[in-house]
Design a protein around this ligand. Structure first.
Ligand SMILES: [Zn+2]
Length: 553
């Protein structure tokens, strides 16, 4: 049964991954894992929810990498799109679709959006001076030009910033400018660009943000900071070869600026999802309705795009839903100075997934999610979470329950007899945990959701210890059956409640319990659904210990 209420459906996005490199744990902690956990919870809770994400594939950085490596931009984005898609699958991310922005659907979506604003006379043109290479027959934007920094004299400053002194620069400020690619000395030439009147939207944006009383303070404060400075109109076209061309005649060599075009990927990828089901128009049920709860997950570096620029674009367009929430995370950094030189400054998913249980990685990140402040990822923390919590608390409870059922009850669920107070207490506590954990998920408190779920397992272990089935079996097998029945019911509850953070373990639990995952929902997670006599499968090891020698230092 699908839930109703204020919203009829939920549309969840994770910040698109830039297809110029491998995805790393910073992405997972910032925008991917919280979204996946929220979506998995929402599905189990009976909401109509879709989860869209993909690769962001345009922009100067990709064009630059392609020129440097002597291959086409398409080859670069193909490589990283498929690699990142696979990495996310291996970590159990449950997108309804993971697509990309170099598709025809995206091109058409972005062009239609541009045309909509153009036809409303919302955009204006401005002619400005830019550096142009006669030899390369192209304008040199941002990183395509290097020169001497006017502030510190560093000779290799980029067109957008000086890496030596950190000054933000524009290409025209550079002394002795030259092309990054050919070394050619550029000339100054005029170019005309379209501008989006962001400044005009400031009052409306402020009113909108001020109405969001339940947003994270960090997100609201970022926005207020920008409002205080005053929003500036922004160029939305560039002289580049790699990008979505302008929809109108007479603008050859110009593409839509990636900051303006990339967020439309959320719309075009939703279209693709429904096109694959034979009903592309259905995307408007999500994007075109006030009944949709649109939630963008992202890291703090993306707040301005999702809480200011994109909403302003949507306001300008009209007829499209604005975000209901933008629960941005802060950053997850790497432990102090102990970063691995060979791997740069990040832990790449493709490397970590080969060595560790994906659920252990998810759990370690979720337990330390940078929800309100930056956090650090420590290898020792991954080991400790795996061994001391997943293994010693959850794995241990499940294992001793199954071993007991196998040894004394023919690997079947024993029938439950009369309940004692201690049984009733744990059964009742499942209900209260189920509702408190739900409330954490509803409010984007993933760390609390995870620790509360583990607290239920702690209570379950206490129940096992206090009821002493290893003693009771010798005196009263029927009573022991009631205890083990209750423990097995708890294992089913864990399969549901841990699904958002430990999807692979959840699948294993269903397999061990010999029941399909379907039909187990948040609403019935606290019910005692296993009947006496139901046959169980062999227990599996849920979490292998991570030894000191196996963990990076
Ligand atoms: Zn400088």
């Amino acid at each position: 049964m699908e839930k109703t209420g204020k919203y009829k459906r939920i549309l969840v996005t994770s910040a698109l991954t830039y297809a110029n490199g491998d995805t790393h744990l910073g992405h997972i902690a910032g925008s991917i894992l919280p979204a996946d956990m929220f979506v998995r919870y929402s599905r189990l809770a009976g909401y109509d929810v879709i989860y869209v994400c993909g690769s962001d594939e345009y922009g100067t950085a990709i064009e630059m990498s392609a020129i440097k490596e002597g291959i086409s931009p398409q080859e670069i984005v193909d490589k990283y799109h498929f690699a990142n898609k696979k990495a996310y699958e291996q970590l159990g991310m449950s997108f309804d679709i993971y697509s990309r922005t170099s598709t025809d659907t995206h091109k058409k979506t972005a062009q239609d959006f541009f045309t909509n604003l153009y036809n409303k006379d919302l955009l204006y043109q401005k002619t400005e001076k830019q550096l142009y290479s006669e030899k390369e027959q192209r304008f040199l934007a941002d990183r395509f030009v290097i020169g001497t920094c006017p502030v510190c004299g560093f000779e290799e400053a980029r067109g957008d910033e000086c890496e030596n002194c950190g000054s933000a620069l524009s290409p025209l400020e550079l002394k002795n400018p030259r092309s990054t690619i050919t070394g050619d000395t550029p000339v100054v030439k005029e170019s005309t660009h379209f501008y989006f009147p962001l400044s005009k939207f400031q009052p409306k944006l402020e009113e909108w943000i001020n109405s969001k009383t339940d947003w994270k303070p960090n997100v609201v404060n970022y926005c207020k900071g920008w409002f205080k400075t005053g929003l500036q109109d922004r160029a939305i076209t560039r002289d580049l070869a790699w990008g979505v061309p302008l929809p109108m005649e007479g603008f050859d060599g110009k593409v839509i600026y990636v900051w303006f075009e990339a967020p439309m990927g959320y719309i075009s990828i939703t279209k693709e999802l429904f096109a694959s089901q034979g009903n592309e128009g259905k995307y408007l049920e999500y994007w075109g309705s006030e009944d949709t709860k649109l939630v963008h997950f992202l890291g703090k570096d993306n707040i301005i795009f999702h809480a200011i620029f994109f909403p302003a674009m949507l306001m300008a367009h009209g007829d499209l839903v604005l975000a209901e929430n933008v629960p941005a995370n802060e950053f997850m950094n790497l432990e102090g100075s102990k970063q691995s030189k060979s791997k740069g400054h990040a832990i790449y998913v493709k490397d970590v997934i080969e060595k560790y249980n994906p659920d252990s990685i998810r759990y370690a990140i979720a337990s330390n999610m940078p929800e309100n402040k930056d956090t650090d990822f420590y290898w020792s923390d991954l080991q400790a979470k795996n061994n001391n919590e997943l293994g010693s608390i959850l794995g241990n409870f499940v294992n001793r329950t199954f071993v007991f059922a196998e040894k004394y009850f023919d690997a079947a669920v024993p029938g439950a007899g009369e309940y004692k107070e201690i049984d009733i207490n744990i059964i009742n506590s499942i209900k209260s945990y189920t509702s408190s954990i739900a409330s954490y998920y509803e409010n984007y408190k993933f760390k609390d959701a995870v620790s509360e779920t583990m607290n239920l397992v702690r209570d379950a272990n206490k129940y096992f210890n206090d009821t002493e089935p290893w003693k009771v079996i010798k005196e009263d097998k029927a009573r022991c059956g009631t205890i083990i029945n209750t423990c097995l019911q708890l294992c089913r509850t864990f399969a549901v409640l841990f699904n958002p953070v430990l999807p692979f373990t959840s699948e294993k639990l269903y397999r061990m319990l010999n029941i399909p995952a379907e039909g187990n929902t948040w609403d019935n997670a606290s019910e005692l659904k296993l009947s006496g006599g139901h046959k169980l499968n062999k227990p599996e090891i849920l979490f292998a210990r991570i030894e000191d020698t196996e963990i990076e230092h």
